[in-house]
Design a protein. Structure first.
Length: 213
């Protein structure tokens, strides 16, 4: 499956808090198999094929939408395939240039009411990141992770999202074949963050037989 060209059905909402207005995009249909929770080295998500695709498309859309909060409500997900008994979490992706105060999220979420249907066409992660620049000690294009109001926030610049997106693209395009050819293979995306907060975000294909073995 190629990520580029895939279509994502969403709902677009506008929430006003005082003088401020926020555009929020979320899936038109909830993700039923993508529990997100705190793990040993950060946060982990256990996904099936459909959920992996949705998360990758949401990530790509957030990468090129600096004025939008991209919201994935994951707390209602099926918990059968997970490695931790902690509480489930939602996910919000946002550009740092938006300057969104995370303390306002609970108010924004409470005001979401349906939304306007909109279809997003995924443009893919077409630009190979400049890894030499990203590894430089003065680089500031880093993702930042924080948990507020039962929600994992991933905040960063377009180049930072581009790097994380490469791992999600490989998860969607390559992992199904790997798992078909070698059942039981651990197939995941590890997204490096600003290490002052987390080591990574770990998104792993769920193999229910391994979990319950």
């Amino acid at each position: 499956m190629k990520l580029e060209g895939e279509r994502w059905r969403t709902l677009v909402s506008t929430v006003r808090l005082g003088r401020d207005e926020y555009r929020v995009v979320q899936p038109a249909q909830p993700l039923s198999h993508a529990p997100l929770y705190e793990g040993y080295m950060g946060v982990e998500a256990s996904v099936d094929k459909a959920s992996a695709l949705t998360i990758a498309m949401a990530w790509e859309f957030a990468m090129r939408s600096p004025r939008t909060l991209v919201y994935l409500p994951l707390r209602q997900s099926d918990v059968e395939c997970r490695w931790s008994a902690g509480p489930l979490l939602d996910l919000v992706l946002a550009h740092h240039s938006l300057g969104f105060r995370l303390s306002r999220w609970k108010q924004v979420r409470a005001r979401l009411r349906g939304g306007r249907p909109h279809t997003v066409v995924c443009q893919g992660f077409q630009r190979e990141p400049d890894y030499r620049r990203l590894r430089h000690k003065d680089n500031r294009d880093l993702l930042r992770g924080e948990i507020v109001a039962d929600t994992v926030f991933v905040v960063g610049s377009r180049p930072a999202f581009e790097v994380g997106g490469q791992a999600l693209r490989e998860l969607v395009e390559d992992c199904p074949r790997h798992m078909h050819e070698s059942p039981g293979t651990h197939c995941c995306a590890e997204i490096n963050e600003d290490r002052q907060n987390w080591n990574w975000m770990h998104v792993v294909y769920c193999d229910k037989h391994r979990v319950h073995a």
